[in-house]
Design a protein around this ligand. Structure first.
Ligand code: DX5
Ligand code: ZN
Length: 229
């Protein structure tokens, strides 16, 4: 169970300190939302900001979510900036396969994201090539949105494929994750939880991270199986 606070919900006047706060809070990962004003109707921050923040949270795994129309030109800059994983969107169609290949060739973890309106069948051809599937549970572009419950069956389907075919990619959820929805996602099969508002907007982020992780663990279907024995 991995908790990944999303820097998008942090105080932008003190990004370095906020990344450090996520590390002190005991999170494993830091999620970095890159928006280009084209793939999504918003702009966030770029490689220079990620590079500036990197030394402030050396222990965190940097999970870079590219909501960008032309990720081809951004892979190397984000690797230089300190990304550990690069996530591209399946909605990019025929460009997905070469993008995944290029991320792998750069020596980084390979992530694939899927938007709420897109069918889960679209990711099926790539499941043997990825380290993480990011199931968007809001329409990307903004933090603080309401969780879309209709996305839950996609998590179940991805988890079923993962078990059937013995894949070991993470299933991550992103958007509207809080102490209620984290339980629903964990029951559906998610193991990695991206949360902006529910973690960065808390005064005691350490307590919020621990609580979220505990709820995820308590709702893990595999653990529930074990408890039956
Ligand atoms: C949405 C981003 C999310 C966002 C989640 O486009 O991909 O990572 O930060 O924010 P919350 O947790 O506030 O919904
Ligand atoms: Zn994200």
């Amino acid at each position: 169970m991995i908790i990944a606070p999303s820097l998008l919900a942090s105080d932008f006047t003190r990004l370095g300190k906020e990344a450090e706060r996520a590390q002190r809070a005991g999170a494993e990962w830091l999620h970095l939302d890159i928006m280009d004003g084209q793939f999504v109707p918003n702009i966030s921050f770029g490689p220079a900001v990620v590079a500036a923040v990197r030394p402030c949270a050396k222990k965190l795994f940097f999970d870079v979510h590219l909501m960008c129309g032309k990720p081809e030109i951004l892979l190397e800059p984000f690797v230089q900036a300190g990304a550990d994983e690069l996530i591209v969107h399946v909605e990019l169609g025929e460009r997905v396969a070469p993008l995944l290949w290029k991320i792998r060739a750069l020596g980084k973890k390979v992530g694939l994201a899927i938007n709420p309106p897109t069918s889960i069948a679209e990711v099926q051809p790539f499941l043997d090539k990825i380290d993480l599937l990011l199931v968007m549970t809001v329409n990307p572009g903004f933090g603080g949105q309401e969780f879309i419950h209709e996305c839950l069956p996609k998590i179940q389907q991805a988890d079923a494929w993962r078990r059937e075919r013995k894949f070991n990619f993470h299933i991550s959820v992103d958007g509207g994750i809080n102490n209620q929805t984290v339980a629903e996602c964990a029951r559906a099969g998610a193991d990695t939880f991206v949360a902006g508002t529910a973690l960065f907007r808390r005064r005691n982020m350490g307590a919020a991270v621990n609580k979220m992780r505990q709820i995820a663990r308590d709702n893990d279907p595999t653990l529930a199986d074990l408890k039956l024995k």
